[in-house]
Design a binder for this molecule. Sequence first.
Ligand code: PAZ
Length: 327
Amino acid sequence: MDAPNGSQDTEQTLDSQVKAFFDSAPPLQNRNDIIQKLNHFIQLNSLSSENGIGKRIVCVTSGGTTAPLEQRCVRYVDNFSSGHRGATSTEYFLKAGYAVIFLYRRGSFQPFCRSLPDDPLLECFEATEGLNIQVCEAYSKAVKTAIVDHHAAVDSGLLLKLPFSTIFEYLQMLQIISKPMKDIGPRAMFYLAAAVSDFYVPWKDMVEHKIQSGSHILDVKLVPVPKMLSVLRKDWAPLAFCISFKLETDSNILLNKARGALEKYNMHAVVANELSTRKEQVVVVTIDDKITVQRDKSKADDDVENPLIKLLSQRHSAYIEDSKRMR
Ligand code: PAZ
């Protein structure tokens, strides 16, 4: 009998790691509700279209996942992401004609709310006589635009918002979203801007109660989170157009790391960004090129996501056309 080759071994290891992750994860409490909302959303956006083949649908992930250290969680390891990238990109995807599933970290930035202050309820509104509340003059335009645009997107069935906090919730939800996205083939896009935990404590190894502060050393074993990007590309939604992100603080290693991720996970593009300049510039790394995308600095309110989503939307259209030719 031939010895199993290295890649089969690796695949088996990944499969068993993925199985172990999902088997031990605490089940989502609102799983059925999420599935119902998703199916309805995808059905709705598959019917309505000018060309009769349905809209393009993108799943935008946004914000950082937490890795809890206790089952009754008091402490957790967090991942940096304000959710600005995901929220802003969602607005531009909607403008580009996409329907958007916004999978976001609870409490992170929301689409249409970027121009509001940190505490909108307390800063944008003022109490008048009796029970009346009114919008402060300075914020009236921003508040009205946010409310009108948000309601328009949600009420017309173009924006579905699904919140997560932990790595367990995030990956279970991504898997659930992939199922109906798989059915729409190349029209589906994943735009994975969330900062996802690289390490976690498996649920079964986690202490139940709050870790006590008596000892001098906190001894917690975190294990690698299985590489779900590979599974997404290979099994969950193989025809979807997949964009992942690579964040680094050292610009000297950024592009090589992005290229590595592109090849390792078989992404269609990896958006490379450096922490300090991420709102000004990103580099879109594909198998053929590296394209630097910058915010238009001559316009005070332009965002790097504006040209970025234009570029990705064009690439996605070309991908859909290529897929038709290959059928
Ligand atoms: O959410 P935000 O706007 O503050 O930051 C966006 C980002 C840097 C988290 C995102 O662009 C990104 O790179 N996400 C992937 C991070 C990673 O390498 O895991």
